[in-house]
Design a protein around this ligand. Structure first.
Ligand code: PRX
Length: 654
């Protein structure tokens, strides 16, 4: 790693315009540097000040950081607060009529929800959950489409101190069951169906299937929001309609006052084993990260119309749909559908219609929209835009420039935000009124985030050299533990190699001569498909669970829209299939993976061999598989390979 040379050539730099800089909350590099300097010299009082200013406390904290049980850090831990109070109640005195959510449905219907109305809806649903017996510390699985009710559910859980675990609506029954089981959830909240791109998504049916599987016995109630007129199967002893649950519930609900360190939510994410990790976030530290970064990174102003296209099933939908914008009293667009329906101008039309001023999306969406109509944005009035953002994967400079010129009219800073489910909030990103941007770089850490790049021994690497991305000091929004697995938390994120001192992000990166960060990719067996994290081991376990499969290895290959695509190398229990038979089995296995995990994990390409390339000690040589997946000639040393003849089989496309 430490000898990895970066192949960086991008030298263009885009400072904010004078006008943007003058109006910005953090205005100019001196202001940014001053904040960094404060954080460097007085780390604890830097965070203390932000926590006192930005969070409304029921009972203020007296301790900032307790590191006595490192790496299980505690922030503000004798403080008492409620996250939903901070997102809703505290805005009511000054802006109860302000629009909190502009919801645009898949079919284009628009509805608006004010802060007062959102507060009422959250209170009623919170009371509904309580009437089902849900109490502080209970786990509630949320399996819903993008919509107001998903946010209401998350906020209602926060209000009563229940821990939500949102499962992305594209995941399958098996994935729902795994998450229900690991968290021991007692209630699932879902919709009868979702609507995406004109098609219905059978969410309730998937929940039914999940709960019929072994291991999901903890669930006592399923609350079903009626999104469409579609019929669903009904178990009257377990299922209850949302509208019936809230029908007689009062419109106010005293928040459950929580300790700062009480868990707010769990969100499962892929790691390098077959089992997803339940990333557990705190109440106060997480909320501070979401609120503060939202202000800084998007230069949020009260009259902004903000739109983040991420689904609530991912961390971006938690921090930058549910908590950051509402914590700041923002007006935001929530969109149910997909960027390509009814056509590829949907995003641009919506920006024009709702006068969106801050737009935050993923590089994969940008690349697919360039492909489907690079000139389409020009047909719309996008002059309301002032900040553009990206997240989830590196953005290639061509896509960056297109986003900057064609969508942003050369006027809007692009904030490329590097962060993770584990970090809870943006870590490395330009503050748009200060830090000049460079296409493809997430630029510089936020003040208070001690990010660096080190080699195997923990020593800082020189500019232009690749290394491990680490964060050298704990910060408030960092993951607290892995649900049910504190040992794995310690080993994965605070490894012995760095004396348990540094948070290891799992990415490789390098810094240029200006200290800008350039993310190179994951160092573990995690793929990034369309900005979504997928563990290769998870897909391998799904494949070997198929009765036909003896062994499987999964790697990624570059893909011009998705960033990375899944390639699976498979050994069947029977003879190696060829010709039509191979195509048939491959199609069957692709469907199998979609059913076991979800469509996003489906391999693009499957190759069959009589074996996998292994060393004499039986280790699969993944580097060779990566070369084969890319269609490269094999130039690596294969002398340690037990079975070199296998390579020719695996190189054959179906
Ligand atoms: O590899 C990095 C990549 O996404 C990973 C985190 O994935 P997840 O936990 O699903 O969170 C995604 C949304 C925050 C990181 O380890 N990643 C995320 N943002 C960027 C990125 N890679 C490059 N540039 C980014 N801006």
């Amino acid at each position: 790693m430490s000898t990895l040379e970066s192949i960086l050539k991008e030298t263009r730099s885009f400072p904010p315009s004078d006008d943007f800089r003058h109006k910005a909350t953090v205005s100019g590099m001196e202001a940014y540097n001053a904040l960094c300097e404060q954080a460097n010299s007085q780390y604890l009082s830097f965070w203390e000040k932000l926590a006192r200013e930005q969070i409304s406390w029921k009972q203020p904290f007296t301790r900032v950081l307790d590191d006595s049980q490192a790496p299980f850090f505690k922030w503000f831990d004798d403080g008492v607060l409620n996250v939903s109070y901070n997102c809703l109640d505290r805005h009511l005195a000054t802006q109860s009529d302000k629009t909190a959510i502009i919801f645009e449905a898949d079919d284009g219907e628009v509805s608006r929800v004010s802060y007062a109305e959102l507060h009422r809806r959250v209170c009623r649903f919170a009371n509904g959950l309580k009437s089902l017996g849900v109490k502080k510390g209970d786990r509630v699985v949320v399996y819903m489409p993008m919509g107001v009710e998903a946010v209401v559910t998350m906020q209602a859980c926060a209000r009563i101190g229940a821990i939500h675990s949102v499962v992305f609506g594209g995941f399958s029954a098996g994935a729902v069951r795994d998450r229900v089981q690991d968290a021991g959830a007692t209630v699932v909240v879902t919709s009868n169906e979702g609507m995406r791109g004109g098609k219905s998504v059978p969410l309730k049916a998937t929940v039914d299937e999940a709960l019929a599987l072994e291991g999901a016995e903890s669930v006592q109630k399923v609350v079903v929001h009626q999104r469409t007129s579609g019929q669903v199967a009904w178990d009257a002893s377990r299922d209850i309609w949302w509208h019936e649950l809230i029908a007689s519930q009062p419109e106010s609900c005293e928040p459950e006052w929580m300790n700062a360190e009480d868990p707010l939510f769990i969100l499962y994410t892929s790691g390098s084993t077959g089992k997803p990790k339940g990333i557990q976030h705190s109440s106060a530290g997480y909320l501070l990260g979401a609120i503060n970064s939202f202000r800084w990174v998007f230069d949020f102003k009260p009259d902004d119309v903000y739109w983040c296209t991420a689904d609530v099933g991912w961390i971006t939908g938690h921090s930058y749909v549910c908590y950051g914008p509402l914590g700041n009293g923002a007006t935001q667009v929530i969109f149910e559908g997909v960027p390509t329906y009814p056509d590829a101008s949907r995003f641009w039309r919506m920006i024009e219609q709702h006068k969106v001023s801050i737009f935050y999306t993923a590089p994969t969406a940008i690349r697919s929209l360039i492909k489907l109509g690079a000139d389409l944005p020009k047909q719309f009035d996008l002059s309301s835009l002032r900040v553009l953002g990206t997240v989830g994967e590196p953005i290639n400079p061509e896509a960056w420039i297109w986003y900057y010129e064609t969508v942003g009219g050369g006027r809007c800073p692009i904030v490329d935000t590097w962060w993770q489910t584990e970090t809870g909030s943006a870590m490395i990103a330009p503050l748009p009124g200060a830090v000049p941007t460079k296409p493809g770089s997430c630029t510089l850490p936020l003040p208070g985030i001690m990010a660096d790049i080190v080699d195997e021994s923990g020593a800082q690497v020189e500019p232009g050299r690749g290394g491990f991305l680490v964060i050298k000091k704990p910060f408030p929004s960092l993951v607290r533990t892995i649900w049910n697995d504190p040992e794995r938390f310690k080993k994965t994120y605070f490894p012995e190699e760095f004396n348990g001192q540094y948070y290891l992000a799992g990415d490789s990166a390098n810094r240029d001569e200006n200290g800008y960060f350039w993310i190179m990719g994951r160092i573990d067996d995690v793929l990034n498909v369309s900005g979504h994290r997928l563990g290769t081991m998870e897909i391998e376990s799904a494949l070997v669970a198929n009765p036909l499969v003896a062994e499987a290895a999964v790697v990624g290959k570059p893909h011009d829209v998705k960033g990375e695509a899944v390639v699976a190398f498979v050994v069947l229990k029977g003879a190696r299939p060829v010709g039509e038979e191979a195509k048939k089995v491959a199609a069957e296995l692709k469907n199998w993976v979609a059913h076991e995990i979800g469509k996003i994990a489906q391999p693009d390409d499957i190759r069959f061999g009589e074996n996998l390339p292994k060393t004499r000690s039986g280790k699969i040589m993944r580097r060779l598989l990566r070369s084969i997946a890319k269609g490269e000639e094999i130039t690596q040393d294969t002398s340690t390979l037990e079975n070199p003849q296998i390579l020719a089989q695996l190189q054959q496309p179906l």
